[in-house]
Ligand binder design. Structure first.
Ligand code: NAG
Ligand code: NAG
Ligand code: NAG
Ligand code: NAG
Ligand code: NAG
Ligand code: NAG
Ligand code: NAG
Ligand code: NAG
Length: 647
């Protein structure tokens, strides 16, 4: 009992303590370290496992002479996952020496913590009690500029050279096998050389590496003319300096990864980065937050660089949750959904959670409940709501989620908080939602199709970052009829036509819904609202018509400050939304492609012709009356469909 309480506390308030000293820069200076505030639950076994993985890692880098490795003891009750990486300009001996220092420091700094990280100029080491290998960029990422600047006379040229090398690394690193690059550039008119390296953890995808590089670049791009800088993140690293920190024969030939020698591309990427105003803002917010939280020594709370998380769902006591929600009191109700109602609950230690009472308790649902819950509770992503635990012993099946004070996006779009989101916040919400979906579709080890993406299922945290709720539950529903719940009030709403009409399910169903939600976010209108000029055009069709007339600005919410965004910004977002709502589904981009499109300033967007979305008109008005008794073929089609497609 005691143990599960401590676990609840642990999950509800993930805390890492961050310390950073950058006095005399030496190769043994810790740039960043973080410890989980929670001790391993079984210290002996956990640390025996940790020792085993560390020994394995050391052997791997020593014997196999690799610069990166992961080792885990996963099949135990106290699993340990470790990752180590060193920069490739080191010799094997130096790499091993950095490892030894890290293994020593991590224990002396973090003691019994069940998760920890140390990052140096030359290497980093991290361990956790759950898998974290596929995440590169994490909340708390930061950039540090050196205090001293280069000599006055060379600074303009130095800025150019430093900007160039960082840009080249940003472009090339994700494309290079092993995700590592080192490069130099001579500063014009002086004998100064800029040295720079970039590296991603080798277990992340190219896209994730690219995202991390974009973040790193943003974090240090304004450091020049400072003599050097480091971008520190959970799974990538970027650094430049005016003194040689690697031998001149240790550079990577990155030319071939920079199309046409680079210079024209560089501009495009710089533009792309600048275009991702939202990203910048996210970063600024993060930095600001980081600074604030970093300064407050007393309250060292926050998710710094990927927090430590615990394995497995926590089992809650039914009575406990019943009293936490005051017997599922109407006043505590946060929302209603197809799969059940959600209540605010205040558990004994004062933490607030969201409790979902599933509207079903069929034996079939109960049978699959625990395995589904185990699956969902392993989904860790900053844009997805955390499932903290469940209760399956009482009269109802209950799910316990983290609680979001700000509620759901619909409130901000057309509810009580209408008009309070500015352009950048909207972009962040779009971007975060895309990332969350990309994770569910492509990065988690089983593919999860959400099927019910809508503003009511996108919750906003304290910083107005989106977190998708209600994923992974579809299999628990007695029969899959979620697509038939759509009110066919002359619009398909958020549901992709092939799914609504034929029950054809793929992850592109979510892409479609996402596209519709993006249009709502940009316009501040409901997708089912008709526009003033023609009461037959719903949001999607209206958007398409404006797109055809190249009048994208007309769609943008008039509560937005027009100085907040450019015509290009609006056009780009609307075009991405329209791209997501094309039919057939194969024309829609995957969500990871959407993430890239949102970040980049891809000209091919304009070259790729958009096809007109499917609009359902008079026909669906007839369906409106019949949707309660769906045609047999639809039920048949969906009965065999599952949203969990094994990999
Ligand atoms: C840079 O300046 C800050 C604030 O003045 C100081 O705390 C820090 O130690 C300095 N860093 C170096 C590398 O000198
Ligand atoms: C973790 O263990 C240390 C002893 O090494 C103890 O001081 C600390 O209070 C423990 N922390 C938690 C959260 O149990
Ligand atoms: C793990 O290794 C450390 C350092 O080598 C040692 O102090 C500790 O006792 C070991 N722990 C276990 C459980 O073997
Ligand atoms: C070294 O590499 C070989 C083959 O790639 C692999 O089988 C072996 O497990 C590695 N050794 C270590 C200690 O990881
Ligand atoms: C740090 O540099 C010193 C020489 O200055 C070297 O002996 C040592 O091996 C280096 N440590 C690492 C971890 O590279
Ligand atoms: C550096 O440049 C600034 C203007 O760019 C000038 O005001 C300043 O005097 C210069 N300092 C030195 C040491 O040359
Ligand atoms: C070149 O570097 C030397 C020191 O290495 C310095 O004394 C000299 O002034 C530099 N020359 C120029 C043009 O910056
Ligand atoms: C660079 O030169 C050093 C000796 O100066 C040598 O040990 C090292 O292997 C060289 N590195 C590469 C990549 O050639």
């Amino acid at each position: 009992m005691k143990r599960w309480w401590s676990m609840i506390v642990a999950v509800v308030a993930l805390v890492l303590v961050v310390e950073s000293v950058m006095a005399q820069q030496k190769n043994d200076t810790i740039l960043n370290s973080g410890c989980s505030q929670y001790n391993a639950s079984s210290t002996l076994e956990f640390f025996r496992n940790l020792n085993t993985t560390l020994a394995d890692l050391r052997r791997e880098i020593t014997v196999n002479r690799t610069y990166f490795g992961t080792q885990q003891q996963a099949r135990t009750t106290n699993p340990v996952y470790t990752m180590f990486q060193c920069r490739k300009y080191l010799s094997t001996a130096e790499c091993v020496s950095c490892f030894d220092r890290a293994a020593l420091d991590i224990r002396s700094i973090c003691k019994l913590a069940n998760g920890a990280r140390v990052i140096y100029d030359d290497c980093f080491l991290r361990y956790e009690s759950n898998g974290f290998y596929t995440t590169a960029t994490a909340l708390g990422n930061t950039g540090r500029c050196n205090n001293d600047t280069v000599a006055n006379s060379t600074s303009a040229n130095f800025n150019t050279a430093a900007g160039d090398v960082l840009n080249n690394l940003l472009l090339a690193t994700p494309k290079i096998k092993g995700y590592y690059a080192a490069t130099t550039e001579q500063v014009v008119g002086s004998n100064t050389t800029v040295y720079a390296v970039a590296q991603c953890a080798e277990t992340v995808t190219e896209t994730e590496c690219q995202n991390c590089m974009n973040v790193a670049y943003e974090n240090i791009k304004s450091c020049p003319p400072r003599s050097g800088a480091r971008a520190i993140d959970a799974g990538c690293f970027m650094r430049y300096d005016d003194s040689a920190f690697f031998a001149s024969n240790e550079t990577t030939n990155i030319k071939k990864y920079l199309k046409d020698g680079g210079s024209s591309d560089k501009k495009a990427i710089i533009g792309g980065i600048a275009g991702g105003v939202g990203l910048l803002l996210i970063l600024l917010a993060l930095l600001l937050w980081y600074r604030l939280s970093g300064k407050k020594k007393v309250a060292q709370r926050g998710h710094i660089l990927g927090s430590t998380e615990l394995q497995g769902p926590v089992t809650y006591n039914y009575k406990e949750l019943k009293s936490a929600t005051k017997n599922f009191n109407e006043e505590y109700k946060l929302g209603e959904g197809g799969s059940g109602d959600v209540y605010k609950g205040i558990v004994k230690n004062g933490n607030i959670v969201a409790v979902k009472r599933l509207a079903l308790s069929t034996t079939k649902a109960k049978a699959s409940f625990e395995s589904e819950v185990r699956l969902i509770s392993n989904v860790h992503h900053r844009n997805l709501i955390r499932l903290l635990g469940c209760s399956s012993k009482g009269p109802d099946l209950l799910l316990v989620y983290e609680y979001m004070e700000n509620g759901s996006l619909d409130r901000f779009l057309y509810g009580g908080k209408r008009g309070t989101l500015n352009w950048k916040q909207r972009f962040d919400i779009i971007f975060g939602t895309a990332r969350g979906l990309a994770y569910l579709h492509e990065q988690f080890h089983v593919r999860i199709i959400h099927r019910d993406i809508k503003p009511g299922n996108i919750l906003l945290d304290d910083e107005l970052q989106p977190k998708i709720a209600d994923f992974g539950l579809a299999r628990l529903l007695p029969e899959d009829q979620s697509h038939l719940n759509t009110k066919f009030a002359g619009t398909l709403g958020y549901t992709a036509p092939e799914y609504a009409l034929q029950g054809q399910l793929s992850e592109k169903v979510d892409t479609y819904s996402f596209g519709v939600v993006v249009l709502e976010i940009v316009s501040g209108r409901r997708c089912s609202d008709t526009n003033i000029e023609s009461d037959t055009d719903f949001l999607l069709e209206y958007a398409w018509k404006l797109h055809e007339k190249d009048m994208h600005l007309k769609l943008v919410d008039e509560t937005l400050d027009p100085n907040d965004y450019t015509t290009e910004d609006a056009k780009k977002i609307i075009e991405i939304a329209l791209m997501c709502t094309q039919s057939p589904a194969s024309l829609r981009p995957t969500m990871s492609e959407v993430v890239v499109l949102l970040l980049s300033d891809d000209r091919s967007l304009e070259q790729r012709p958009l096809s007109k979305p499917t609009f359902v008109h008079s026909e669906n008005r007839i369906r409106e009356d019949t949707h309660s008794t769906p045609p047999q073929s639809v039920s048949n089609a969906t009965a065999t469909l599952s949203d969990f497609v094994g990999r």
